[in-house]
Design a protein around this ligand. Structure first.
Ligand SMILES: C[S@@+](CC[C@H](N)C(=O)[O-])C[C@H]1O[C@@H](n2cnc3c(N)ncnc32)[C@H](O)[C@@H]1O
Length: 207
């Protein structure tokens, strides 16, 4: 389900206590859509306040799936939406020793600067690039593995994104995306999308 744009009147207007949660969601979405709020604008804070359980969960799932993949001795990986670079360097690399090079993409230039300074590694090349824009042609079929940690939910056009991933992967390559697929918020959105006063602000997306 995709949310559509929330009008100012709805975001800043009065609402009943029953709608408080819905209003809070509308405010957050509008802030992103208006560009007033950037995704993950403070990477240092993001890294230091993130619960250890988050990293533990990524490690456990990564180790499970990586063990089921076939690997050759020298592989090239892509990390889409690398953010601070913490997961790329300290989680992905240790679990995938056969990766000899990782291109780590992030759309926010300031976050890439932080990653280069803080989570630098000889195997990692951090780059500012929006994966939804055209990727360099020489990248076609270049990657053995594509990873995405808690980034897939930022993608609006899933079909376009998956087509890009398929184009970038070598034949027989793997794509692993880890993230949230079910939280109470999704049920709230689903409920709101069928409520008379909210339904015009939601539309169902098709995969
Ligand atoms: C929640 S963070 C996760 C960062 C990192 N993978 C981790 O697990 O710590 C998601 C990141 O994806 C980035 N992102 C979102 N859309 C993107 C796009 N189209 N191209 C590149 N990066 C994107 C955001 O800027 C954000 O830093």
């Amino acid at each position: 389900m995709e949310s559509s744009r929330f009008p100012e009147s709805l975001v800043h207007g009065k609402c009943s206590s029953k709608e408080r949660l819905a209003r809070n969601i509308a405010e957050r979405l509008s802030a992103y859509q208006d560009g007033k709020k950037k995704m993950n604008p403070k990477p240092a804070q993001y890294v230091s306040t993130r619960p250890k359980s988050y990293i533990d969960w990524i490690e456990s799932r990564l180790s499970h799936y990586v063990s089921q993949m076939t690997w050759s001795n020298e592989e090239v990986g892509l990390d889409f939406g690398c953010g601070s670079g913490h997961v790329t360097r300290d989680v992905l690399l240790p679990h995938c020793p056969n990766l000899t090079k990782v291109i780590a993409l992030e759309v926010q230039p300031a976050v890439v600067d932080y990653a280069k300074q803080t989570f630098n590694h000889e195997k990692i090349e951090y780059m500012v690039l929006d994966i939804m824009e055209r990727t360099p042609q020489e990248w076609d079929k270049m990657f053995d593995k594509v990873f995405s940690f808690f980034s897939f939910h930022f993608v609006k056009d899933c079909r376009k994104y998956l087509n890009t991933v398929r184009r970038l992967l070598k034949p027989g390559g793997y794509f692993l995306t880890l993230g949230v697929t079910s939280v109470p918020l999704f049920y709230v959105w689903s409920e709101m999308s069928s409520m008379e006063q909210w339904k015009d602000y939601f539309k169902l997306g098709k995969l």
